[in-house]
Design a protein around this ligand. Structure first.
Ligand code: RIB
Ligand code: CA
Length: 313
């Protein structure tokens, strides 16, 4: 396996598909999942993470994490997008396994310390667990292989406000800590995830190939698809969280740029991610004061959607 990862997630329809990829792709070794509030409440997130591993016949450790943002009150879960149960309100089988006794931050710290330089953190929900892990053990900044965050938007505009993407908006204070920590970080935001469309045909292939897991992915996709038809006028949906894994495994499908990230934590632009390009001088120096990070700005969206369907189909 080329990529040992911890997947930090709030499942969530598109999270569920990404979890299936993390479990199935031959180059990814899913060491465990850490859960956060976001698309659903924290107990539902943990339930769904356990369930998806069991449906795949590959249960992995699941450690429960943040139940709410670090500072502000919690924004209501987007039930109109992911359903009350996070998986499009389809009936779900019972779960037999249990979450780890360690919390998410401790799981991240222990796992990264045990394999210095090897573990990639792939975060696809609000970023409280990564912020808590940084607080617990700041040295993990130098021990991770890389951090991939599905979140933010540089040029595309937002999906919960005109400027803010959901994962960053849901805990902007945590995001500010994580995106400016100085570890090797790539932001996979709406600039690229909105260019990737998973069609009903892709989904039929996945349903046919993935057994009971495929039936849950397809059933939840049907619910999620209605949101995309109304919001973006497309027949299909954006597989946001799977795009973060595509970046990990197929970076040649993306174009990136480097710069300094800032997250707006207060006011009307709360949750906005701002990029100051590397080397560019501004009269006001604060935008260039954070460590360098990498941001995905362009993608071959058709190739990413095909990669998803091929991985699961
Ligand atoms: O903005 C897209 C992100 O928000 C994805 O992680 C999706 O699961 C939603 O929570
Ligand atoms: Ca998510």
């Amino acid at each position: 396996m080329k990529y040992p990862i911890i997947f930090d997630t709030d499942p969530g329809v598109d999270d569920a598909q990404a979890i299936a990829i993390a479990l199935r792709h031959p180059d990814i070794d899913l060491l465990g999942m850490t859960t956060t509030f976001g698309n659903v409440d924290i107990d539902t997130a943990t339930h769904n993470a356990l369930l998806l591993g069991e449906l795949a016949g590959q249960p992995v450790p699941v450690a429960q994490g943040s139940a709410c943002p670090m500072v502000k009150p919690r924004h209501p879960a987007p039930k109109h997008i992911h359903g009350d149960n996070g998986l499009g309100n389809i009936p779900l089988p019972p779960v037999t396994g249990q979450a780890e006794s360690r919390n998410a931050a401790q799981f991240i710290v222990d796992t990264v310390r045990a394999r210095p330089g090897e573990v990639s953190l792939v975060a696809v929900g609000p970023l409280g667990n990564l912020a808590a892990a940084l607080q617990l053990a700041p040295e993990i900044v130098n021990l991770v292989r890389q951090v991939v965050v599905m979140g933010g938007s540089i040029r595309e505009g937002g999906n919960v406000t005109p400027v803010a993407e959901a994962n960053i908006f849901n805990d902007a204070h945590a995001a500010q800590k994580v995106l400016t920590a100085g570890w090797p970080l790539t932001l996979v935001g709406l600039d690229v995830t909105h260019r990737c469309i998973l069609t009903p045909e892709h989904m039929s292939r996945i349903e046919a190939a993935q057994g009971s897991l495929g039936r849950v992915l397809a059933g939840s996709y049907d619910f999620y698809r209605a949101f995309y038809r109304d919001a973006l006028g497309i027949d299909g949906c954006c597989p946001h969280d799977s795009v973060a894994l595509a970046w990990l495994v197929r970076p040649e499908l993306f174009k990136t740029t480097r710069g300094h990230l800032t997250v707006v934590t207060e006011g009307a632009a709360e949750g906005q991610t701002i990029l100051a390009a590397e080397g560019r001088q501004f009269i006001e120096p604060r935008w260039s004061g954070t460590p360098l990070a990498q941001v995905c700005l362009e993608v071959d969206g058709a190739a990413v959607s095909q990669w998803i369907a091929d991985t699961l189909g």
